[in-house]
Design a binder for this molecule. Structure first.
Ligand code: GUN
Ligand code: ZN
Length: 433
């Protein structure tokens, strides 16, 4: 193979072999391998070994000495809206008003293929510059927005999961589809994109209020019809939304039960938010093998509520972190992690830096059934890896110096990190940033 297909990076490696224990702040809860070589061949991690006198790979390797930098798996953003990068920070509303005043108008712009392409490119570039190498994404109801997003992800070699948003009521006419058009578009898009390279398709009913029972039933049939499909939607984000769902679906036991009744809860189902679920709901999620994408930045911005991390952790369903841009105010996952930390603080609870990092790496990979592919520095995994500066100025170096444990260093780093701390981003063994 050409020399450029063999890359070796020397850095301090940080990832997880398994889920960190609850409230375990010991250094043993993560996998810290300082001064190790990570070897990449043909887009995948092929080996990892400690540095030493004879450890440097030979002349047929392109060697990168990033000593002192941290090498982590690229982050996964488990729930984010590509078209909403245009409305980050829209002023002063809760969910339902925010959707009407800002979100739906922005999404209507994606009917134009040129706008959808430019927006998708900015979105993918934005993720990569933040060190996020995989994502589960809502584009819009327009098939062209799905094509544009998948094309941009494919060009970057990213593992990305997305699907055409289904919504046939309670939204502007220009954003509403029908059962028939949804079926036609989704079948064509599944055919075109599902399993193409690193891409996968997700059945994407926006949320229960904007899909008729007939459309939710279609979503269930589509999901059952093709192996390996994902499902993504929103659930129990905001109290007014939960009330509305109760009125729209009076026979359902709960908001989550609306999805259960339509066959939408499975091993590849990603439910965004889940703040206002009850104990029966979280047990059902665990039983179905489904996952929750916790979106703390969004929840704080829209005043949606304070997610109960310990309950979710103890329920044993999949649990990962997500930006939920544009209700979330950043694509940068360390900031999302710190928002999660602050949400728990407001509840009088705690979450460790390890649990937070895990939620955007191995935990997300497990929730998406992609363990062994992404989320770890492990031979066989795709080389989706990011080199980070641990500190960029005197203040940050001082903070790192006084930290008494690795956990303290990492939590301080999460607090102070910015996209400027991204030194290099590799996706499937290709340098992208
Ligand atoms: N619920 C339904 N649609 C949306 C959306 O676009 N963003 C958020 N945060 N919640 C939703
Ligand atoms: Zn969302």
């Amino acid at each position: 193979p050409a020399p450029s297909s063999r890359v070796a990076i020397l850095a301090d490696l940080l990832d997880f072999e398994r889920a960190p224990g609850a409230l375990d702040i010991s250094d043993a809860a993560c996998r810290w391998r300082p001064a190790h070589w990570l070897l990449i061949e043909n887009g995948r991690i092929s080996a990892i070994h400690p540095d030493g006198p004879d450890a440097r790979p030979g002349p047929d390797w392109h060697c990168i000495d990033a000593s002192g930098q941290w090498l982590m798996p690229g982050f996964t953003d488990a729930h984010v809206h590509s078209a909403q990068i245009e409305i980050i920070g829209a002023f002063g509303e809760q969910l339902l008003q925010w959707l009407e005043r800002y979100t739906f108008p922005a999404e209507q712009r994606m009917a134009q293929a040129d706008d959808a392409r430019a927006c998708s490119q900015d979105f993918v570039d934005g993720l990569l510059r933040c060190g996020t190498t995989s994502a589960m994404v809502f584009p819009t109801v327009h098939a062209t927005s799905v094509d544009a997003l998948f094309e941009a992800a494919q060009a970057a070699g990213m593992r990305l999961i997305a699907g055409r948003v289904m919504m046939d009521r309670h939204a502007p006419a220009a954003l509403c589809d029908s059962v028939e058009s949804a079926e036609r578009d989704c079948r064509a898009l599944i055919e075109r994109w599902h399993g193409q390279g690193r891409l996968a398709y997700a059945i994407t009913p926006r949320f229960a209020p904007t899909s008729s029972p007939a459309q939710l039933a279609l979503a269930g049939r589509l999901l059952a019809g093709t192996p390996g499909l994902y499902m993504q939607t929103h659930v129990a984000e905001n109290p007014a939304e939960v009330d509305w769902v109760r009125q729209l679906f009076p026979d359902a036991r709960s908001y989550l039960d609306v999805y259960e009744r339509h066959g939408l809860l499975g091993e590849r189902s990603m439910m965004a938010h889940g703040i206002w679920l009850d104990d029966i709901d979280v047990a059902l999620l665990a039983q179905r093998g489904a996952a929750v994408a916790h979106c703390p930045s969004s929840n704080l911005f829209l005043g949606s509520g304070l997610f109960d991390w310990p309950r979710a952790r103890d329920a044993g369903h999949g649990l990962c972190l997500a930006s939920d841009v544009g209700a979330g105010t950043t694509l940068f996952m360390p900031q999302v992690m710190m928002d999660a930390c602050k949400v728990q603080a407001l509840r009088g609870q705690r979450v460790t830096a390890w649990e937070l990092l895990h939620g955007a790496t191995l935990g997300a990979a497990q929730a998406l059934r992609l363990q062994g592919e992404i989320g770890q520095l492990e031979p066989g995994c795709a080389a989706d890896v990011v080199l980070w500066h641990p500190a960029l100025d005197d203040l940050q170096r001082r903070r790192q110096r006084v930290a008494r444990s690795l956990h303290e260093r990492v939590l301080a780093w999460l607090s102070l990190a910015t996209p400027q701390h991204v030194a290099q981003v590799w996706v499937a063994g290709q340098r992208r940033v």
